[in-house]
Design a protein around this ligand. Structure first.
Ligand SMILES: *Cc1c(COP(=O)(O)O)cnc(C)c1O
Length: 472
């Protein structure tokens, strides 16, 4: 028999934690062996927009955890909501003709804050499960309306829709498709509206490029046959792909094409929802009307897992009136404690007026401050939308903003920069050579200034390093 020591008498050191971590914990999206050799950074506590590691270093969290801690850390009303609900009724399911009060109330509130076509919600435990639900629901919809041959769902290269079989298939991450035999059948992809990678150098304006990129959807639909296409899915602003803000012309044109062929339009709002772009949902900022929306992350500000699908009237009416039993659902669909935390989170977003704070004040301020980085020798393009922004690192700047020549990808300059950020108390993520932030919506202007000082310092350190290595 082995004894398990749950409560070691001496406090564990960082090295103890790292060793135990390396021995037993397989991290998501991680080279296990590489991390074990290096040791994880152990995050011990958080408040507002700051984290502290196990060594007591303070870090400004420019990524809101993982795009989710919209209201910042340490919000007492969310903590209280969880404790209260756990005492009253920590869990009950919604399978067998039962419901719990927080789930009903959250469904009601979501219908209130979302665009008018959304009156119904299907709850899941995560964004990935939300997108699995999307795949099953849109295919079921077309079965019920008597067009079962409409099975194909079109996503985008470099889109991200989660990590389950369906989520990873809808996404367009080649590294994910290469493992586990993905995508699953009936899912295909078009190119993304990524100006810096695909737009610049063609002599097009950004708006013209937006129309060109949306046109790739029409080409794909015609190639497959419109009568075989069920839906198109995209993130209003691509998040994990590198905060790629499409030209203003893109989404309205996508909408026009979907309408023309009667195809369902799905907005993956897992990052863009709950105020991130300066409206409750990203589709409102980008000017389109989806039939379905996936949500997760910001719905609870990440304090507890929750996700789901907002189902628009077009699909909901068919599923309700003619669909019969929908053979789909999760143990945690409508989890009362998660729903109670979501309700407290949405109440706080409202009480603090955070959505208009992002739209009218802090979002435009972040955009202005980010644009100042355009003068930096390493920066080829900056983009911002609400509280998300990107800085494209380049080997050589072009003649105008939004143009330039990239470093060879194997140099991994983004990773150099990210390491400087880590070393200087800033969490900023690298997607290739695109440095991205998505800070909590509660940030003040003074905190943005503090973040910008760190970002510029890290760009300077990275520039010094690439010069030293002879890469520029
Ligand atoms: C994070 C994310 C998901 C997946 O959500 P999980 O909760 O990690 O399953 C799906 N779509 C988008 C746009 C995301 O950013």
């Amino acid at each position: 028999m082995t004894t398990v020591q749950n409560h070691p008498t001496a406090p564990r050191t960082t090295a103890d934690w790292q060793q135990a971590d390396a021995r037993h914990f397989l991290h998501p999206f991680t080279d296990f062996k590489g991390l074990a050799a290096k040791g994880s950074r152990i995050i011990a506590k958080a408040d507002n927009i700051y984290l502290w590691d196990s060594e007591g270093h303070k870090i400004l969290d420019g990524m809101s955890g993982l795009w989710c801690v919209n209201v910042g850390y340490g919000q007492q009303s969310l903590i209280d909501a969880a404790a209260r609900q756990m005492k009253e009724l920590p869990f009950y399911n919604a399978f067998f003709q039962t419901a719990t009060m927080p789930a009903i109330e959250l469904a009601e509130v979501l219908a209130e804050i979302s665009p008018p076509q959304f009156q119904h919600v299907f709850f899941t435990g995560s964004g990935s499960e939300g997108n699995d639900t999307i795949v099953r629901m849109v295919r079921r919809y077309w079965d019920v309306v008597g067009q079962p041959e409409r099975q194909v769902i079109i996503g985008r290269i470099n889109g991200y829709h989660g990590s389950t079989m369906a989520g990873a298939s809808l996404g367009g991450m080649s590294g994910m498709h290469a493992q586990g035999g993905l995508p699953i059948p009936g899912i295909t992809h078009i190119q993304q509206p990524h100006w810096f990678e695909l737009g610049q150098g063609q002599g097009l304006t950004r708006d013209a490029f937006g129309l060109q990129a949306a046109g790739w959807l029409e080409e794909k639909i015609l190639e497959i046959g419109a009568d075989k296409v069920a839906a198109f899915i995209g993130e209003p602003v691509q998040g994990a792909g590198g905060v790629i803000v499409p030209p203003a012309t893109y989404w309205p044109e996508i909408q026009r094409i979907c309408d023309k062929f009667g195809i369902l339009l799905v907005s993956d709002e897992v990052i863009c929802g709950f105020g991130r772009t300066g409206n409750w949902f990203g589709c409102e900022t980008m000017g389109f009307k989806p039939d379905l929306m996936t949500f997760a992350k910001g719905v609870t500000s990440g304090y507890i897992p929750l996700g789901g699908v907002l189902v628009g009237d077009r699909v909901a009416q068919v599923m309700i009136d003619e669909g019969g039993e929908f053979n789909h659902g999760f143990t945690y669909s409508g989890h009362p404690t998660a729903c109670a935390v979501a309700l407290a989170n949405i109440k706080l977003l409202r009480d603090l007026d955070l959505v208009s704070h992002v739209r009218d004040d802090i979002g435009p301020y972040l955009a202005t401050r980010m644009a100042e980085l355009d003068d930096h020798p390493l920066v080829g393009e900056t983009q911002a939308c609400g509280m998300m922004a990107a800085v494209q690192l380049v080997k050589e700047k072009g003649t105008e903003p939004g143009t330039g020549t990239c470093f060879a990808s194997e140099l991994d300059v983004g990773m150099l920069c990210r390491n400087h950020c880590f070393g200087n108390g800033l969490i900023m993520r690298a997607v290739g050579d695109r440095m991205i932030v998505a800070p909590p919506l509660v940030m003040t202007r003074a905190q943005i200034d503090e973040m910008m000082v760190l970002i510029r310092r890290c760009l300077d350190l990275t520039l010094a390093e690439v010069r030293e290595r002879g890469w520029v």
